[in-house]
Design a protein around this ligand. Sequence first.
Ligand SMILES: [Zn+2]
Length: 213
Amino acid sequence: MDHCYREVLACGNQLAMDEELPCCPEAEAALRALMRGNAQYLEHSRNPAELTDQLRLSTAHEGQRPYAVVVCCADSRVPPEHIFSAGIGDLFVIRNAGNVMTPSALASVEYAAVHLHVPLILVMGHRGCGAVMAALQKHREPGALGALIAQVSLGIGHVSNPRQAERNNLFHSLDALGESEVLRDLADRGRLAFAGAIYDVRSGAVELLRNDE
Ligand SMILES: [Zn+2]
């Protein structure tokens, strides 16, 4: 799985060079579709995706076939369907504050990978994430929020730089995906790959990250 993980992360830098990714062609195509969608979003500042009655009816009858899973923050400034110019049935989206790989988030990813055969899991953090800042500033939160922020704290480690903390939190969630036997098995058979990205809430741009940066 590690191989696919690195290959697809590397793919982010290969997109402009139009090179092919030998490891997981379906995941590569999905990643390219996401990045094309983001380029459209940046160009037009609107979502040109199909949201018609006809598509709603056909997906209701035939079921869903999303091409990517996006795990991202619940922050209202991070709307994945708009960011990637995606329509009904395109993305299987899992969100919570800080894009933490909670048991329910992981279970949802497994569902999409096993039952919907989605080839790509993109975990996307974002600039100015409140959950990451709360963890950095060691806020003590009551209730379930405290437990979630504790998970983010675990992910960011001992860094103090917000950008590094966002990256660490993102890779912590990606690493948690790799601990799922179900997902590892699919990745080992070349049917699933993983990628990480950071979304800039100012510019609207999605930056794919490499594991070796
Ligand atoms: Zn956030």
